[in-house]
Design a protein around this ligand. Structure first.
Ligand code: NAP
Ligand code: GCO
Length: 278
């Protein structure tokens, strides 16, 4: 292998789902920086228009597609358009996802189904749409954005944890079934990352004090900070590149050490040294 170019994505086309902002945007930016052509999707017109401006501001010619990952026909149409516009999908990042924080006994079935459909069925639909092209090419990369909840439970996130636990096993199954075609399917397990999805967990209290969950997560993270979306960029390039061709079915955690650390008493933390996070 050409050591100097083992992380290069030149000549590759990447589809990052739900990459109008947040983790998906940062991953798309990273893959573009490594040379990939970028396709992304979202559902919302305002998000799309802002995202296209944001990509352009970073010098990235990303192509955006309106597509709900739970709609099989929309996904098939999107993958076909990407084939015409950019050449077939070489790298798929199943990033689109939602969370609903509701105690399970109070969660309505529609809320459960919404989370499972987007966070687990969506990656199934998108992976199924790109695999035939990857099989024909004899190579491909699928990266599933898993979660700490692929390993741990916590109150109020039953549907999300079930979906992300299932996504870990879907990762292993795609590895098992399609590894013979030189297709690698791995997961990224982010820790607690500062994005709109986790903003409610950091919101200042009415008296201006720190959100209890903010203090809790910092007490569980050796670095005592929230992750930045940029903290995931190197791992995304690695798993999208030839450098990871013999890594398959793995979920690699970029969590600041949360999964290795029992944590400390949140009351011991010196909050005065913490940087504010949006
Ligand atoms: P976010 O800020 O809420 O962004 C989610 C993205 O997904 C948005 O672009 C949204 O765009 C898109 N999306 C949602 N439902 C969709 C659908 N049905 N079809 C197409 N696009 C859809 O979330 P994030 O924090 O960046 O998280 C991204 C992924 O990382 C998610 O899978 C999340 O579970 C996972 N994750 C997040 C963290 C964290 O701490 N933030 C940690 C671990 C894992 P539209 O709404 O415009 O469609
Ligand atoms: C929550 C958070 C987490 C993060 C992420 C952690 O409510 O606990 O939203 O689930 O989103 O999945 O890895």
């Amino acid at each position: 292998m050409d050591i100097k170019n083992m992380f290069s994505l030149e000549g590759k086309t990447a589809l990052v789902t739900g990459a109008a902002y947040g983790i998906g945007f940062a991953i798309a930016e990273a893959l573009a920086g490594a040379g990939a052509k970028i396709a992304f999707n979202c559902r919302d017109k305002e998000h799309m228009e802002k995202a296209l401006q944001d990509y352009q501001a970073k010098g990235i010619e990303a192509k955006g597609y309106y597509c709900d990952v739970t709609d099989e026909q929309q996904v098939a149409d999107m993958v076909s358009k990407i084939g015409q516009d950019l050449g077939g999908v070489d790298i798929l990042v199943n990033n689109a996802g939602i969370i609903k924080r509701i105690p399970m006994v109070e969660m309505e079935l529609k809320d459960w189904n919404a989370v499972i459909n987007i966070d687990l069925t969506g990656p199934f639909i998108c992976s199924k749409a790109v695999l035939p092209g990857m099989m024909e090419k004899g190579q491909g990369k699928i990266i599933n954005i898993c979660s700490m909840m692929s390993e741990f439970g916590r109150e109020t996130v039953s549907a999300y944890a079930a979906a992300k636990g299932g996504l870990k096993m879907l990762t292993r199954n795609i590895c098992s079934e399609y590894g013979q075609y030189n297709i690698q399917c791995n997961g990224i397990g982010p820790g607690y990352i500062a994005t709109p999805q986790t903003a409610p967990l950091r919101a200042k209290q009415a008296d201006g004090s720190m959100h209890p969950f903010d203090r809790f997560i910092r007490s569980k993270t050796p670095a005592q900070r929230w992750g930045k979306t940029e903290d995931l960029q190197g791992l995304a390039i690695f798993l999208a590149s030839g450098a990871s061709d013999f890594i398959n079915g793995q979920v690699i955690y970029a969590d600041g050490g949360i999964s290795a650390y029992i944590g400390q008493d949140p009351g011991n933390l010196d909050a005065s040294k913490f940087e504010d996070v949006e």
